[in-house]
Write a protein that binds this ligand. Sequence first.
Ligand SMILES: [Zn+2]
Length: 304
Amino acid sequence: MRQKGETLELETNVREGTVVTFAGGSLCEEATVTFATPRDGGWLVLVDRSPFHPESLSWPDQPGDHGTLTFPGGEPHAIVDCLTGLVDPDRGILLTDAEAIAASRSGASLQAVVLHVVRSEVDMGNVVGQRARLDVATDRRADLSLQHTGVHVAALTLNRCADRFWTKDKPERDGLGFANLDKAAVTRSSIDTERSVDTYRIGKSLRKKGFDREAFLSALPDVEDAMNSHLRGTWLGASTPARVSPPEGRLDGRRIWSTTLDGIEISIPCGGTHIDDLSRIAEISVELEPIEDGFMLTTRTRGR
Ligand SMILES: [Zn+2]
């Protein structure tokens, strides 16, 4: 586990959330530094506009981008992590780490900001107001985007292949008309540069809604086979554009991933980054395994 920094509550002059451009695929922005404070031997830096995707407080599925922060004429400083903080728009108090997570659950009206974790010996005590360039590490972003798109395709495939285990009126359906097991049961998603692991809980409420837990779990190897053969057979050949919209906006704005599958426009709320065409995927393979109160889906997506 990565060590999070100590809990911080800091006074800033920031009153608005960060404008982010990762949804549109941006990898570089010029911005003005709005706050900087020492952290873990380096600096925590806020800017008004950022191409960096930060790890979310409420659904931390995709880790933060890495990259560099460069002042005019200077050497690049490494950005080694990227997190989400919350700013009180009236007083400018910045919450990070555990306090930010707690505040995000409380429903307080706070603005989300991108926290760039900078590793640098240089004193950044006087950089507020300066212009800087932010560059995202492109290979890592591309790998995370590929895996994240793979997860969405795998989730739709899971819904399709698990549809026959719903015995009563089906609950909410996904865009393709299948019972949305993914939405109803996923409790955790963890994406890295090589794979994603999604944890699903099949509890009482799901069984009450008509999901046949025993039949599904005993057929898990068959469901896995059905998913893999579906993923080999369709969706990944021809050009299929996909996008996240809006391409830029405040970090706490709602964003939607959309594409077209089987001739149907699919939309899934998503705060992450994605590849722009499914044809960039050579293969998606999945593994299902039972866990104590449900199952785990591991998805590996390989690019062309
Ligand atoms: Zn997503």
